[in-house]
Design a protein around this ligand. Sequence first.
Ligand code: NAD
Length: 487
Amino acid sequence: MTTPVYQNFINGDFLKNQSGETFAVKNPATDEVIYHVEVADSFVQNAAIESAKQGFAVWSAMAPIERSRILLKAVALLRERNDLLAKIEVLDTGKPWQEAECVDVQTGADVIEYFAGLAPAQVGQQQMVGEDFFYTRKEPLGICAGIGAWNYPLQIACWKSGPALAAGNALIFKPSEETPLGAIKLAEIFTEAGVPAGVFNVVQGAAEVGQWLTHSPDIEKVSFTGEVGTGKKVVASAAGTLKDVTMELGGKSPLLVFEDADISQAVSAAMLGNFYTQGEICTNCTRIYVHKSVYQQFIDELKTRTEQNIVAGDPLDPSVNFGALISKNHHNLVMGYIEKGINEGATLLTGGKALRPESAPNGYFVAPTVFTDCTDDMTIVKEEIFGPVMSVLVFEDEDDVIRRANDTHLGLAAGVFTKDIKRAHRVIHQMQAGICWINSYGNSPAEMPVGGYKQSGIGRENGIETLDHYTQTKSIYVGMTDIESPF
Ligand code: NAD
């Protein structure tokens, strides 16, 4: 059977490359190639820049409320095509339909809707200085680039295009080479909604195409989502042309469960924050610190619920709630971490092995895994695994657990479970993390800014401030009096 070949999406349409180079995309749940994609060669790259320049000229000259109306049409189309798009995400990522059907497309559409609403509300300032005055304009940056990870492909494309386009920029987006189709579908939707040609181009490929975006002199900003190591390369490369950067990187986030917490709720949060999307979420609370007095109760309930309630299998089956990891490579990497956990002396409470569900025997499944008796110096406690591997640790003292939780170069997220309202805020205010939850975990509405402290990121996505990150301020001084000059 022949599989489809997708081209790059440039200037409002598909564009064939000249090199003829393609890459294959596999369904992680079946290990089968499902389609091929053309790599953006230099012909496509040049076309992407040229059309983005033209698209930018048209789009940035439009009244913001007009841009807003067009983006809202795209939002309606995204919602209308929810199931079709969700299925693409399931086949590309291996995540369960149960999740994609109600999260991936909707949270993407929400963000575009949010920024479409804000676009006409952005205003400059005016101030008198004596009889003269100045005013400021919020102007778009020009051509921006977005580079995405593979865990929430369509959502990431929406989170980057929403504010970029609302502010009047053009965006060249490169999805992960593991999950390239969702962004193409978004490009089709933008075009159908009336976004002018060239305003949202999709270029395809791996690191080399990403690198081109980071050093192209025609690109003003790079918004990147991916690993810390890649993020550092992107920042270094972007420095060559002094591009603005936004970095949404990895994490190793702590969840603190105090003795007065609702333990069932805390277990729910720990499971969501480690097993949702089979553990492939950047904000996951992979270090769970549990107060000694409730430790046994916590791990007993955690073990029971993990073993009884998680259903791995064909991700398209609506009863399945746990999918396959993105690739064979990643599967091996996660299994390697599990082996390290065992070798370094952690106790395997449950999981710890590859799975071969009957309905998806060739998929890259790893069982939901919980390690107990973990110590802070273990590799599984220190490094981001990006899979369904939870480490549980014990604590007794509040100050001590805060110090331990912060003892990492990462700072993406953190959570605390306690019924003591003062402690909840006192503790969370001391967490060195950009995204924090009290008696909750993982929710990320469009209105809430998200991003990392320390090496987990630079800048923010979502929330009002993000629109500012896609504009630059122009100050205009107006002389109302004669110029005083010694010449
Ligand atoms: P990755 O860093 O391997 O790849 C991300 C993207 O960068 C891909 O599109 C890839 O092709 C591209 N790329 C690779 N090398 C490049 C280079 N030298 N220059 C420019 N682009 C390059 O990350 P991944 O494996 O796709 O995603 C998993 C990682 O993403 C995890 O670390 C996870 O924590 C992180 N993540 C963070 C967030 C967040 O919002 N903070 C969200 C999702 C994922």
